[in-house]
Design a protein around this ligand. Structure first.
Ligand code: PLP
Length: 342
């Protein structure tokens, strides 16, 4: 094992961490898709971060391992976070709270583009209730961070010890979860005797992308990571990802430096807005489901996979390339978007 990878593993071990994944997630080849002539001889692989058992699974569990580690070290008894009605992060925070016997308060905001019944009541928000979280549904125009400040003050008055999780779990501490995923991928690639030419991820609150890049940087691995921004504009997502990668890297090694040129964000798949369905997303979700029996979500994975398909069809990657797509979960979101698939 290269020294750099040992250094990354050791740096990660310095932070308190709760075990929520119970082992590495598999890397699998998409054999049928990779044989389609339109994919120009590229070898597509998936990192199955949707295959994490707790609460329906997904990428937020990796961040929650470090955030919960921090919360437990502070003796918190209540987890507080916010997001949209269909937030996977909120759903998994609720599941993690249930597993650890903590209270959970979720502040959920309505979507500007989806107001149908499935979106407002099915999918993630249905599960939040099952996990026993207290859900605060905000009306349009109320800002969740000021609501959270008031809620936290109220909880403290009641003698509770709240711990506030950042949006999407994407603080530098939370992003360490994806630096750990970078180490995991490098160990697996080594065992498979494979070298990935690209790693492809969705970019929302940017912690997944930033954590992976910070981890790869510290491990001395030059594999390019491409993030498809689904929330912010390309320019804004670039800036956020740069800042978060620097902060995450700093937690791992205060002397490490980041080359700005390693930040690759592609904003071409976002569509009209965060959470707004696009034709390319619908096609990508259907293709992966019908050829591989695998499920991606309509907000993140579907759009990022659409971006990967477009790049491969255009011939951006030479035949024989090994491309690793990180499946980040979000399956409950499909049930909230039923009308988009009609
Ligand atoms: C949150 C989320 C993402 C994006 O991850 P970030 O770290 O917020 O960029 C991708 N896929 C799914 C399913 C998510 O819930």
């Amino acid at each position: 094992m290269p020294d750099h990878l040992n250094q990354l593993d050791a740096a990660l071990a310095a932070y308190p961490r709760a075990d929520l994944l119970e082992g590495p997630t598999p890397i699998q080849k998409l054999a049928r898709l990779s044989r389609l002539p339109e994919l120009n001889g590229c070898n597509l692989y998936v990192k199955r971060d949707d295959l994490t058992g707790l609460g329906g699974g997904g990428n937020k569990l990796r961040k929650l391992e470090f955030l919960l580690g921090e919360a437990l070290a502070e003796n918190a008894d209540t987890l507080v976070t916010w997001g949209g009605f269909q937030s996977n992060h909120a759903r998994l925070t609720a599941a993690v709270a249930a597993r650890h016997g903590l209270a959970c308060e979720l502040i959920l905001t309505p979507s500007a583009v989806r107001t149908d019944n499935d979106f407002c009541h099915n999918g993630n928000v249905l599960l939040d209730g099952l996990f026993g979280a207290k859900v605060h549904r905000l009306s349009r125009g109320v800002t969740p961070d000021s609501y959270a400040t008031e809620l936290v003050a109220k909880l403290k008055q009641q003698g509770k010890k709240p711990f506030v999780m950042p949006l999407g779990g994407s603080s530098p501490r939370g992003s360490l979860g994806y630096a750990a995923c970078a180490a995991e991928i490098l160990h697996q690639a080594d065992a498979l005797d494979l070298q990935f030419d690209r790693i492809i991820v969705p970019n929302g609150s940017a912690g997944t992308h930033s954590g992976l890049l910070a981890g790869m940087t510290l491990a001395g691995c030059a594999t390019k990571i491409v993030g498809y921004s689904v929330l912010a504009s390309e320019e804004q997502a670039m800036a956020t990802t740069l800042e978060k990668t620097r902060q995450t890297l700093h937690l791992l090694d205060s002397n490490a430096t980041l080359n700005e040129g390693t930040i690759n964000v592609d904003g071409s798949e976002r569509g009209d807005a965060y959470g707004a369905p696009t034709e390319a997303m619908l096609e990508a979700v259907r293709l992966l489901a019908s050829h591989e029996g695998l499920l991606t979500d309509p907000v993140y994975g579907g759009k990022a996979f659409a971006g990967l398909l477009a790049a491969v069809r255009r011939g951006d990657y030479p035949a024989g390339s090994h491309l690793l797509f990180v499946m980040t979960g979000g399956l409950p979101g499909l049930f909230a978007y039923r009308s988009a698939f009609d």
